[in-house]
Design a protein around this ligand. Structure first.
Ligand code: ADP
Ligand code: MG
Length: 305
């Protein structure tokens, strides 16, 4: 089966939203909504590196999309569509069926269309998804707006994906394989949060990016970190290691003024939020355990490290 027949069989379904021209021509065409900025990002996964070779293809498809939607919504934007660049070592119909189904399941859940891509052969299974979204001009929530006195908040729980990776077969493996991009929350935070990032490399490292970009510091209360019951049962060091440095959570970490936090709390949210600390003028990240200074250092995932 040639490249075109793979595209037609697996990657040419009906669009989930408004697309002027999708899969099938040299490029796709979209009409930008008036007064909106294009938000665009990409993420690559390499088999055997970003996921084990035997990961279920449906999960690989889901996650390839989810991690990109997470980056779009971490700007406060509405995801619109994706492009898929797929490099395959061989044609495996069972794999392609599961993968495309997982990819479309995630697209459908969040009203996103697959509008194009590229299909090639290569020795390594490599998946690059590019995601596009829209946001009212000037309204994007970047990493650089945190202000002293802002609350630092985290959605959901952190450390689950890292726990799942260490306990394959445990129900928390679902959090590793099927992350939920916080699409509703991200858009609700537009106009309210002062800065935002999605947690892909571990809370400590990702909050560090907000602090660097905002030229600010933070106090984080270790006992406030939101963790699942399984993670809460671990010995303290281990628990914090997972919560602060375990990657792949795809929760949102954001800063917000106490006033705007009250406004946010008046809205209906589809995920729990936890205040874990506060932004300070003094630079650096200080951890407190029940009010007492705690000198721990956690670093998240880094390529080429
Ligand atoms: P070109 O040779 O002009 O680059 P291709 O033959 O690579 O075009 O692709 C044909 C069409 O199929 C294009 O619209 C392209 O965006 C789309 N396409 C190719 N691979 C994929 C894929 N894996 N998923 C979705 N669309 C794809
Ligand atoms: Mg062409």
């Amino acid at each position: 089966m040639a490249e075109f027949s793979i595209i037609d069989t697996y990657f040419n379904r009906k669009n989930a939203n408004s697309v002027d021209l999708g899969v099938g021509d040299d490029s796709a065409l979209l009409t930008p909504p008036p007064q909106q900025q294009l938000v665009i990002c990409a993420d690559t996964s390499v088999a055997g590196w970003h996921f084990p070779l035997d990961t279920h293809p449906h999960a690989i498809g889901w996650k390839s999309v989810a991690v990109n939607l997470s980056d779009i919504v971490a700007m406060g934007a509405k995801p619109h569509s994706i492009l898929l660049a797929l490099s395959l070592p061989q044609i495996d119909h069972g794999w392609l069926k599961g993968f495309s189904q997982g990819l479309y399941d995630c697209c459908d859940q969040f009203g996103v269309s697959l509008i194009g891509g590229d299909t090639t052969q290569s020795p390594h299974l490599t998946i690059t998804v590019t995601a596009l979204g829209w946001i009212e001009s000037g309204k994007a929530v970047t990493r650089s707006g945190a202000q002293p006195g802002d609350f630092i908040c985290v959605s959901g729980t952190v450390g689950d994906a890292a726990y799942g990776l260490r306990h394959l077969g445990h129900p928390l493996q679902k959090r590793l394989d099927y992350p939920s991009p916080r699409c509703q929350l991200g858009q609700q935070l537009k106009g309210l949060a002062t800065s935002m990032i999605d947690i892909s490399d571990g809370l400590a490292q990702d909050l560090g990016h907000i602090l660097d970009a905002s030229n600010a510091g933070a106090i984080v209360h270790l006992e406030s970190l939101p963790v699942s019951p399984e993670v809460a049962k671990l010995e303290q060091e281990k628990k914090w290691q997972l919560a602060l440095a375990g990657g792949d959570d795809y929760e949102l970490c954001f800063t917000i003024s106490p006033h705007n936090y009250q406004l946010l709390m008046q809205q209906k949210l589809d995920v729990n939020l936890t205040i874990i600390g506060q932004i300070t003028q003094n630079l650096g990240l200080t951890y407190l355990q029940n009010g007492v200074n705690c000198s721990i250092q956690f670093h998240g995932y880094q390529h080429f490290a």
